[in-house]
Write a protein that binds this ligand. Sequence first.
Ligand SMILES: *[C@@H]1O[C@H](CO)[C@@H](O)[C@H](O)[C@H]1NC(C)=O
Ligand SMILES: *[C@H]1O[C@H](CO)[C@@H](O)[C@H](O)[C@H]1NC(C)=O
Length: 256
Amino acid sequence: MVGPKRPLFVLFGSSIVQLSFSNGGWGAILSDIYARKADVISRGYYGWNSRRAVQVLDQIFPKDAAIQPSLVIVYFGGNDSMGPHSSGLGPHVPLPEYIENMRKIAIHLKSLSDATRIIFLSCPPVNEAKLHENRSPYLSELVRTNELCRNYSEACIELCKEMHIKVVDLWTAIQKRDDWLTACFTDGVHLSAEGSKIVVEEILKVLKEAEWEPSLHWKSIPTEFAEDSPCDLVASDGKTTLNPSEWTFHREIQWD
Ligand SMILES: *[C@@H]1O[C@H](CO)[C@@H](O)[C@H](O)[C@H]1NC(C)=O
Ligand SMILES: *[C@H]1O[C@H](CO)[C@@H](O)[C@H](O)[C@H]1NC(C)=O
């Protein structure tokens, strides 16, 4: 642990979470936006489905932890939605089980503390042609279609409505861009920096609009050690100092 205490944000999910600190990913962007405000940490597991997530929920989010997360952003579904393999092995999770697993995750997270907020991300689309092109000689054929992604996305959104959980409809959000097929992925599945920007925009929109008390939107969270100091840079008047603690002009995008 390091001090002072800041709100803890946890990103929990499969590869779209694990890779979110790579290549201008959405985890890295959130971490930058919340610099000096909240600690954004990743519990992302490449290749995981919701079944594996449920098996380790108590280890990742112990109920008796001294500090509970203020926000958990959850993403599972891409791997679950892959078609079943004839051997019974592989990441496929049938839709009804996926919904029950996501429900278990939500119930567990809600039980951590009254102040733990949750956002689910639904399954994003895939570029089917690109996936086909990238077929790996090391893997059995994977059945992955955009229609399957949509069905898992819709089921996730439905569950969130029922459980009053905030949700980002990634399947729809990504496809709003005309060039989504080429712009939003690195390999047809995983998000490029452009795809990640959409994820960030959607998450910030939820955080801004949520009626949560206290608000978790970045502009509402105090900046650590933001007081003026005689050690700050001296202004051109030669008498005062300039406090840089709230500066954001280094960012390529001025996030709202
Ligand atoms: C997706 O859901 C629709 C409507 O429930 C269903 O008719 C369709 O078969 C599903 N698609 C796949 C690929 O499972
Ligand atoms: C699912 O897992 C496989 C590896 O097992 C990975 O290649 C794929 O990108 C993952 N997809 C998502 C959307 O998490």
